[in-house]
Design a protein around this ligand. Sequence first.
Ligand SMILES: [Zn+2]
Length: 392
Amino acid sequence: MATNLRVFLLILFVAIFAKADDLPNGWEGAIKPEHVRPHVEFLASRDLAGRSGANSAKAADYLAKQFRDCKLQPLFADGSFDQPIPTSAEVDSSDESPRIVGRNVGAWLEGSDPKLRNELIVIGVHFDHLGTRGGKVFRGADDNASGTAMMLEVARQLAVAKQRPKRSIVFVGFDLEEQLLWGSRWFVAHPPFELDRVKLFITADMIGRSLGDLPLPTIFVMGSEHAPRMKLLLDDVGSPRGLEVARLGIDLIGVRSDYGPFWNEKIPFLFFSTGEHPDYHTPRDVPEKLDFDKIARVSSLVLKLVEATANADGAPEWTDEVQPNIDEVKAIHRITDLLLQAGEKKPLTDLQRLIVTQAQNKCQQILDRGTFTADDRKWLIRISQLLLLSVF
Ligand SMILES: [Zn+2]
């Protein structure tokens, strides 16, 4: 028994190792695990008690301090890093000072090009979480200390770079995402600049685990179908060694994070996530379970993509017309492959295996045929939703 296990582990190790070496355009990322880990460990510490209410303010203080240390400029009125957020409940009109329930934290880096610096790329991530419930601390390490660490390290790298990006870069930590995206909705309704200056919004929510807790090297990137230039830039940039980008349409999941209010305004956006897992929104979402290599790789990818977008001749533009793109079929086919491989280590249920196999066969048919129709895409959306639901 023990020998079999050892042989099995050896085969698995060889398979994983060979795979990592085979990856196309795998480059060395600038952001390392030791850069992102301290942010996650602080934000998801027991002391911060799940970053809600007064404890969310401690996280906000931490972000402001990081921005100040990087010598970034305050984003809001009167040289402040803070944007107070009033209650979303109906306030009595006689009440002249509505209750403040949270705050967004923001900073910016002015672009180097005299013309292009008027255009903005916004990286915004939520830093709040669910607090303490029934005596249990919901530490929110993946959701979303992971994305917050990414934003802070991208900000630091850009702030110290010898060559500033041509366009200006804005960094925002959103509060109250866990309360119907109230922080980002308030920000978009009360922006510190004209919204039409925003050429791209990037957010990341949960980038330190893996879909269904299966060992996948995957980062899902959604939204590029509404901004053709971002598809090209994603292709150009490639991915750091050990990370695979799966580009999917945002309609597969709908509004799940802070890109919602930007989507409403038809601002090009990208959403980065490694997907849901069984510890999602439980007290088990703790730093010990995170893959810090993965967070560092995703952070390095966002950094390169932001630099490429900020320095490109033209800015991303929104399109409503989403063409069926066969790359999406390739991405889902690859995910089914990975799920079936990972299933050898952590068995899938019969139903999961059936759905995954069906999805794979259909993707293979489409790829063999080489044409991807609107009807195919409708089917693909249904099966992917089923796939994602059954794996979560
Ligand atoms: Zn959440």
